[in-house]
Design a protein. Structure first.
Length: 111
């Protein structure tokens, strides 16, 4: 009777797919793009890399946080203010000549 010694098979380590790595890098960059000081560079990256649809004459100011920019459409001559959060995960359409602002607005102030 021969005693057989179990042979251990080499373990395989699965590496993340290229698509996963690309999507992870793209998501990380999305957090950084909104903080760029150049509005033209931000708009270029949003439209080319993230497929954001933005109309002519529209502006996205610093520190705007976009979620699912590929599902977001911004009309012409629209202004998106500092630190706005646009959540396009369910689809988001902002019309023409719209001004979205952030911060506190005190309408009852007498000053």
């Amino acid at each position: 009777m021969s005693d057989s010694i179990p042979v251990r098979q080499p373990s395989t380590v699965s590496l993340p797919s290229k698509r996963y790595l690309y999507d992870s890098l793209k998501f990380s960059l999305l957090q950084w793009v909104g903080k760029l000081p150049s509005q033209l560079l931000r708009q270029f990256l949003y439209t080319k890399l993230y497929r954001l649809t933005i109309g002519e004459g529209s502006v996205i100011y610093n520190s705007c946080h976009l979620r699912a920019p590929e599902k977001t459409t911004i009309g012409s001559h629209t202004s998106i203010g500092d630190q706005c959060v646009l959540d396009g995960r369910g689809g988001l359409t902002i019309g023409n000549s719209v001004n979205l602002s952030t911060g506190r607005l005190d309408l009852d102030s007498t000053a």
